[in-house]
Design a protein around this ligand. Structure first.
Ligand code: AMP
Ligand code: MG
Length: 417
């Protein structure tokens, strides 16, 4: 039993519903591979090139015929050289060796490589002497890397839906591909709402606070490859919001806002979205971030985040980022955050019914084992807690108490981008 409060949806359900409600919105484009880091791949990449393309040497040394080794009189003539990019032309004669560099093609007829540290070479490099014990222990195919041992032609090296990392792009480059079909960045318009807010750089009136959330939202959206329009700060005013949302919805795929989605008098975002379109989801069983809203105006997806800065970051990383990556065509399996079981280095008691994330740090205890410590306050207004944290501890909906030494789930913040 998860004991969820009526009217609230769990994060897993909310994401599953959002994935089925929200289509893949991003168009595709062919992009230079050097501009594809972090993008969502929209094609399967099938290997047309074997890697390596030929049998080649794993070491610097001498290529030999293994069948010769028993009969060699230890002094072996060196008949040529095979360098990376400059193969030895022709077949290795019986009883001879070819000097070979790492990555160079194995000459026709050779089937083992003795490393250069295990031979002595005469002064003009025409003859090598191999010690008997080296001859005895050299196996057939020793130090040979086979053509296709890394990638065979026809292998699917990357699946559509992959969020591209440096190693993914590197493998594509190894296939000789200069471009990839990827999701076009979603066009996301961002603004903060709140009469109390001032723009950083402007003077702060008494009782005012600076708008932090817009920058958290812009950063998270850029991290996941969206194209962001910064619409600034808007007052808690029905007409102001209505005009801004109606016009931004025309030329953006997504509108993302902070503040004004709760039930206070100044919380006018919900009625505005209801007026212009519809609200498709509201309120998650999560802490922080409960009043999160999802809606749409025409074809434009609207995401209203709560105003508290920690809520913006936590719900942005755990709900919005997966949803928008889904809307760019990402594999859902890849959108699950990394959850590591670690020991709790703290005691904590709470009300059940919502999934909660504590701001956490991994530290090594006296035994050298890692344990997670939690920030002293759970207030969702304390932005400094997110700067202090390197991760989040996730408490399941039905967990009411954590004791020092219990196993808890730690989500590294780096894994949430
Ligand atoms: P709201 O959801 O609009 O009721 O805001 C909740 C709390 O978050 C209030 O204390 C706001 O002052 C604060 N807040 C709202 N928007 C921002 C923002 N853009 N930057 C920093 N704090 C904010
Ligand atoms: Mg407000």
């Amino acid at each position: 039993m998860q004991n969820i409060k009526p009217g609230l949806t769990t994060l897993s359900d909310a994401l599953a519903i959002a994935f089925s409600d929200v289509a893949i919105m991003a168009k595709t484009e062919e992009r230079l591979i050097s501009d594809c880091f972090g993008a969502v791949l929209r094609e399967d990449v099938v290997a047309g090139v074997a890697v390596p393309s030929v049998d080649n040497s794993a070491m610097d040394g001498y290529a030999l015929r293994h069948s010769d080794l028993g009969s060699l009189d230890r002094s072996v003539p060196v008949v040529g050289v095979s360098l990376a990019g400059h193969p030895y032309a022709g077949t290795l004669p019986k009883g001879a060796a070819v000097r070979i560099a790492t990555g160079a093609a194995i000459p026709e007829g050779a089937d083992c490589v003795v490393i250069q540290e295990n031979v002595t070479v005469n002064s003009d490099e025409t003859v090598i002497v191999i010690k008997q014990d080296v001859l005895d222990r050299t196996a057939v195919y020793q130090n040979i890397r086979w053509a296709g041992e890394d990638i065979k032609t026809g292998d699917v090296v990357l699946r559509a839906g992959t969020v591209l990392r440096p190693q993914d792009i590197a493998v594509v480059a190894g296939q000789g591909r200069g471009t990839l079909k990827v999701a076009k960045p979603l066009r996301v318009a961002v603004f903060s709402t709140g009469d109390e807010l001032s723009k950083p750089g402007d003077p702060l009136p008494p009782g005012g606070i600076y708008d932090s959330n817009r920058f958290a939202m812009i950063g998270m959206l850029r991290d996941i490859g969206c194209s962001v329009t910064d619409l600034g700060l808007l007052a808690d005013d029905f007409d102001v919001l209505q005009n801004a949302l109606a016009s931004a919805a025309k030329d953006h795929d997504v509108l993302m806002t902070s503040g004004g989605v709760s039930v206070g008098k100044a919380d006018v975002l919900k009625p505005v979205v209801e007026q212009l379109g519809e609200i498709t989801a509201w309120k998650l069983a999560i802490k922080p971030g409960k009043p999160l809203m999802r809606g749409k105006i025409g074809d434009c997806l609207v995401i209203g985040l709560p105003g508290n800065p920690v809520s913006v970051l936590v719900s942005g990383l755990l709900y919005v980022a997966p949803l928008l990556r889904h809307a760019m065509g990402a594999n859902h399996a890849q959108l699950e955050p990394t959850r590591m079981p670690v020991r709790a280095g703290f005691d904590f008691t709470r009300m059940t019914g919502r999934r909660e994330w504590l701001r956490a740090r991994l530290v090594q205890n006296d035994d050298g084992a890692f344990e997670a410590i939690a920030f002293a306050s759970t207030s969702s207004g304390m932005l400094s807690s997110m700067v202090w944290a390197d991760g989040l501890i996730e408490l399941p909906e039905n967990c009411g108490q954590v004791k020092r030494g219990d196993e808890v789930l730690y989500l590294p913040l780096r894994g949430l981008q």
